[in-house]
Ligand binder design. Sequence first.
Ligand SMILES: [Zn+2]
Length: 117
Amino acid sequence: MSRRGNTFIDLEDILGFGLECPDCHCAVTIPYSVIYPPPERGGDIRNVPPRCPNCQREWHTTESPTAIKQAIENFAQSLTSIQRSTSQVKLAFSLEIAEEESGAESEEQPGKKSVAA
Ligand SMILES: [Zn+2]
């Protein structure tokens, strides 16, 4: 993991994309390696779940059931394109992310409680 000052992540540190149900907070992670490369070169994102595997809430609009899947595929291709073009000129590219709220434990995640030793 190459974070600098907890505010930047390098593209190679992105392992997958997470979706969390707004109702029950059940989470699904789609690995980056499944989304990219495109299907003809080994990647195989078959679908984004159409509904929550836990509470069955619909996760897509009826007008465009594959819109989220296509948007994730486009995002993954854009990240790869940025990585390829910046690395050709040895330019370091990273994403700046928001700092956690002050006072929060650095490795603590919502919903997960750490047990005191
Ligand atoms: Zn749910």
